[in-house]
Design a binder for this molecule. Structure first.
Ligand code: AMP
Length: 394
């Protein structure tokens, strides 16, 4: 019997999906709905084999998007009947300490995911909308939640407790959770397959560098340390997020500029990082091109970003007591040879040396023969990881 499994990633005004045939991992169709709820119509994009289509669809809710999608899959004969769908895996932002692995969604799990909205108010509620919309259309289809946080649940307390009064951890769940777990786990496992070594035998530093960015230190196949924290605002400088700053800057600016807590939150999440420093773009493609024309602020922003990544690699190499493989993934990590070059420069002390040609070609292995650390560019595929977990659980 065919095992067709779909991944769903519901955002506040979007819904992305991919449908795979498992266990062959053959992608049958992928696409997304955008501008859900903004007007009476939403955009629908899909790609299937060579076909790429953009159209608009009537409706303004996630439920209507899912309803449309299921009928569309039947109409285009991607599915012959809805019973053919063996399971649906949902990306869920926050699993707190309750979810240490992906989980089948029953009433109890759904309640816990809703309760965790306190920790991810912008994300968990929309992830729940996706789960409930699907359940309404296909009440008998097993659904699985795959959490951005669960891979990092293996961190030891010394790496997740903040040096605040301990009661805030106990009473308010304030601790480091880390995010991008699905991506770090996926690329680490791909790297191990590529190197033909057991994942458990490798000390890996995975750099997920996209609009959101985080680094993860992996030992024995488990996350030991990661740079995002209680929220995805922590750690590296990002497209529009500031990453780690002196926490005293927050009350200082609130007083000086008469900003509320939510103004300050917005400033640090949406107006900082590359966008804040350059004052013209959050996109590293624009910034690299301006830096090449001599824009000093663009150069500064790139130096700041590469510097922070480099410092974190150094810190994580100390935490892991060495590195076997350094992985670059996500938009910047997979595509920007310039930024990878800046990060890897002067890391020979750690045994990291890259081959300029391989780096420029975005090859899978970019380390030189002299490098004792394997430096790899690995395309992330969170959807495939979600579908793999769903297939395993059902
Ligand atoms: P992601 O969040 O993983 O989709 O990454 C998106 C980001 O990757 C974009 O905002 C760009 O900053 C960056 N990016 C994508 N392609 C390139 C490229 N060729 N060179 C530099 N940065 C890139």
């Amino acid at each position: 019997m065919a095992n067709k499994i779909m991944s769903i990633n519901a955002g506040s005004s979007s819904l992305k999906f991919q449908l795979f045939e498992m266990p062959e991992e053959e992608l049958l169709i992928k696409g997304l709905f955008e501008r859900i709820g903004l007007e009476d119509e939403m955009f629908f994009f899909y790609s299937m084999k060579e076909t790429k289509v953009k159209t608009s669809v009537k409706g303004k809710t996630h439920e209507e998007a899912i309803n449309f999608l299921l009928h569309f899959l039947l109409e285009r004969s991607v599915l012959t009947s809805l019973d053919e769908l063996s399971g649906v895996g949902h990306r869920v932002a926050h699993g707190g300490e309750d979810f240490k692995t992906s989980s089948l969604v029953d009433q109890e799990a759904l309640k816990k995911i809703k309760d965790l909205s306190k920790l991810a108010p912008l994300h968990n509620p929309v992830n729940v909308v996706g789960i409930e919309a699907l359940a309404k259309e296909l009440p008998d289809c097993p659904q699985v939640a795959v959490f951005d946080t669960s891979f990092h649940q293996t961190m030891e307390a010394k790496n997740y407790v903040y040096p605040l009064p301990y009661r805030f951890y106990e009473e308010d769940s304030v601790r480091r959770y880390g995010f991008h777990g699905t991506s770090h786990q996926f690329v680490a496992s791909e790297a191990a397959s590529y190197l033909e070594k057991p994942l458990e035998s490798l000390k890996i530093i995975s750099c997920h560098l996209g609009n959101g960015a985080s680094i993860c230190g992996i030992k024995d196949g488990k996350s030991v340390i990661t740079s995002m924290g209680f929220t995805p605002l922590a750690g590296l400088m990002m497209g529009t997020r500031c990453g780690d700053i002196d926490p005293s800057i927050v009350p200082f600016l609130q007083n000086e500029k008469n900003l509320s807590a939510s103004d300050m939150d917005k400033l640090m999440n949406a107006e900082s990082g590359f966008k804040g420093v350059t004052e013209f773009s959050s996109d590293t493609r624009d910034i690299i091109s301006e830096a090449e024309k001599g824009n000093e602020r663009a150069k500064l922003a790139l130096d700041m970003f590469a510097g922070r990544v480099k410092q974190t690699i150094g810190a994580y190499a100390a935490e892991l007591d060495g590195i076997d493989a350094l992985i670059f993934t996500a938009g910047i990590g997979e595509n920007s040879s310039e930024i990878r070059q800046m990060i890897c420069e002067d890391l020979t002390f750690f045994g990291i040396q890259i081959d300029q040609n391989q780096n420029q070609q975005n090859s899978k292995r970019i380390s030189s023969a002299a490098s004792s650390v394997e430096v790899l560019v690995v395309e992330t595929n969170e959807e495939l990881m979600i579908v793999r977990d769903t297939f395993d659980l059902i």
